[in-house]
Ligand binder design. Structure first.
Ligand code: IVH
Length: 670
């Protein structure tokens, strides 16, 4: 090829790949498969390596992260990056509207947008080329983080027009990326990020852009800072314009005709926010007409033409009174923070998870500390921060005990695990937790026998192992507190019916290490009886799809134990069924397929599987994969940066899965 031809080829590949990336990351409408994209990118990188002088500034190969810096240089903002005033309820929103109307002498319409919980950045484009990106800093001076921002795939390196423009937006980490990142950190025993906002900020503050490139950040552009040679008349029009230039804007923005409309919009999102694939902390309300914005102007800190409706706090400050330890079914010791009761996200919270000793050390938690706790959805609240500057000196260090608080045997830290464990198999706490597990829903599923009653039975020494549950008698139960004739009869009946449960329920209930309910089902289907499973060799176990080496060894070790043989004999004598009675095994692929007959839409990008692979696997299990979300869609699998399809799925109340859920259901992870 002549130099001219190479240049032409590089130009063509760069434009084509940028167009594909725009469709994928900004519009959520992929034009080609991941494999095709990767192949073209490899071709381009090849040419660029041979002809580095011909590489374009907006080459997609820039996204992988360039050389590491030793510091960030400062950037003076041409137009200051201000913050917003807040409104915490309807009446404060109406006050804001009143001030606006007074300032203007007439009514205003508003543009309402989600307030994305990330960090504000400003992006500078010179004749359509991305030249600089910076953080907000103190509002007038920020830091130059251009090379990190270039790794965000939804930031265009070149615009569709050769304009000179500054835009502002919120860089953020989607919830799924955040969860994945923290999981990986946990596995490596590293400190976790408290929330997606900190994770996004931490990623963009790395001097090595290769780190940011791995973090899967995203951005929504929400305003135009400066623009040469074009007049815009309204905020909603400016959003349309930046979208046309190639930027990603949030598709939930709404133009509201008055403040009542605004209030309705805000209230709607109080509920729906949990379903979003990213975190928001409120709604931003902006006077829509730009001329009205200019009339209203600014106070020293914030514009008079905008305000932020803040959702009720999900993070609150309280005092840590004590740290309690609980022992799980497998002996793991979990510390729990006992708090001064505090209201967070609509519920009163008195306990929060501290995970493990390392986290207590890392967070430097002392008893008596003021701490910030966070509650997301139904999840147990977490301690996210310790307010060390509020210490009085009265706080006390916490030390994990060296002995099990329940049975006094020595606690051990198993190599490769963060957790401390009580390894005494007779530890009463472990036995009680094991009993609770045995009766739980996915195990034997005994109605009316939950944590409270089990604890009662255990404390009265009526049950010491799972077989004892089937030996309970009416007169001894009647002696217990809160146990009337009727509830005892019901309980005994509920216990009786579980004797005929199919094998997998018992198998899961026994609590064999690594054997979850799905694996229990697979084992039951393949081996059919407890005896055959008990006799299976490691090779036979491993030959079963979905049963790995670790699990096979755990199963064999379990069935090697003398006490297990005795327990199984007792259960057998008590009339507990030990045979699989579910549908017969047909082929390995058909096991438990929840995909059969279902219509599935894949959207966004996935980490572990290409779309093609996911489609093949789903089809193998009897599912159908289609391209658009309609009322006939059963499941939408939303990967990273899922956009309009996810929105549609939420509108139609279609079940949405993340990648992890898909992988689990495909049996690729457990
Ligand atoms: S407009 C003059 N729109 O919220 C400030 N801000 O205090 C104009 N934010 O740090 C900001 N989503 O980064 C605007 N749709 C949105 C936003 C948004 C998030 C952040 C912004 C700023 C803070 C406002």
């Amino acid at each position: 090829m002549s130099n001219d031809q190479v240049r032409k080829q590089i130009d063509q590949l760069t434009d084509q790949l940028n167009d594909y990336a725009h469709h994928y990351y900004v519009l959520d409408q992929p034009k080609v498969t991941d494999a095709e994209y990767d192949q073209l990118l490899r071709e381009l990188i090849d040419l660029e390596e041979k002809h580095p002088d011909m590489k374009r500034e907006d080459s997609p190969s820039e996204r992988v992260g360039g050389v590491a810096l030793d510091h960030f240089s400062k950037v003076q903002h041409d137009v200051p990056m201000l913050s917003l005033s807040n409104a915490f309820d309807d009446s404060e929103l109406r006050d804001f509207d009143r001030r606006v109307q007074q300032g203007l002498g007439h009514e205003a319409t508003y543009s309402c947008e989600l307030k994305i919980d990330g960090l504000a950045v400003t992006l500078k484009y010179d004749n359509g080329r991305f030249v600089q990106g910076a953080t907000r800093g103190d509002g007038s001076t920020g830091e130059d983080i251009t090379s990190n921002l270039k790794t965000i795939a939804s930031i265009p390196l070149k615009l569709n027009e050769t304009v000179t423009i500054d835009v502002r937006g919120e860089a953020f980490m989607p919830k799924s990326s955040f969860n994945r990142l923290n999981k990986a950190k946990e596995a490596n025993d590293e400190a976790l990020f408290a929330n997606p906002r900190n994770a996004a900020a931490g990623s963009l503050r790395q001097l090595d852009p290769k780190i940011a490139a791995k973090r899967q950040l995203d951005i929504f552009i929400y305003s135009v800072g400066q623009l040469e040679g074009k007049e815009l008349t309204s905020h909603h029009e400016s959003l349309e314009y930046v979208s046309k230039l190639g930027f990603k804007i949030n598709d939930q923005a709404k133009h509201c005709k008055n403040i009542e409309d605004v209030i309705e919009f805000c209230e709607g999102w109080l509920e729906k926010r949990a379903d979003l694939p990213y975190e928001i902390d409120g709604i931003v309300i902006k006077v829509d007409r730009l001329e009205d914005q200019r009339t209203l102007g600014f106070t020293a800190k914030s514009p008079r033409w905008a305000t932020a409706f803040k959702f009720p706090a999900e993070e609150v400050v309280t005092t840590l009174r004590d740290i309690e330890l609980s022992i799980g079914r497998t002996g793991v010791v979990t510390p729990t923070a006992i708090l001064d009761p505090v209201s967070v996200a609509g519920t009163t919270v008195q306990r929060a998870s501290l995970h493990n000793e390392d986290l207590i050390r890392e967070q430097d938690v002392k008893i008596g500390d003021k701490i910030t706790i966070k509650k997301a959805g139904d999840i147990i609240p977490k301690v996210v921060n310790v307010l060390t500057d509020q210490r009085t000196g009265e706080e006390k260090d916490f030390h994990m005990p060296t002995e099990c608080p329940e049975c006094n045997s020595e606690l051990v830290r198993i190599e490769g695990e963060v957790a401390l464990r009580c390894v005494n198999p007779k530890c009463p706490a472990q036995i009680r937790e094991g009993l609770i597990h045995f009766v739980s829903r996915n195990a034997m599923n005994i109605d009316g026998l939950g944590e409270r009653v089990i604890t009662q039975l255990f404390e009265h020494e009526l049950v010491e192992d799972v077989a004892d549950i089937y030996r309970l008698e009416k007169d001894e139960l009647l002696k217990l507190e809160r146990m009337g004739e009727k509830s005892v009869d019901n309980l005994l009946k509920a216990i009786e019916v579980t004797k005929t449960n199919s094998l997998e329920k018992l198998l899961f209930g026994l609590g064999i290490r690594y054997v979850g309910s799905k694996a229990a089902k697979t084992l039951a289907m393949n081996f059919e009886t407890m005896d055959q499973l008990k006799e299976a060799s490691i090779d036979q176990l491993e030959a079963v799809d979905e049963i790995g080496t670790k699990m096979a060894h755990a199963i064999a070790t379990y069935f090697d134990k003398e006490e297990v043989h005795l327990l199984l004999e007792e259960l057998d004598e008590l009339g507990i069924n030990m045979t699989y009675t579910g549908p017969k095994l047909q082929s390995a692929e058909e096991i438990d397929s929840i995909f059969a007959g279902k219509t599935i839409v894949l959207t966004g990008s996935m980490e572990e599987l290409s779309r093609k692979e996911a489609k093949e696997k789903i089809e193998l299990l009897g599912g159908k994969v289609t391209g658009s979300v309609t009322a006939n869609t059963d499941i939408v699998v939303a990967g990273e940066r899922a956009g309009s399809k996810l929105k549609k799925a939420n509108e139609l109340q279609i079940e949405v899965w993340d990648e992890a859920k898909l992988l689990t259901e495909l049996g690729l992870i457990s």
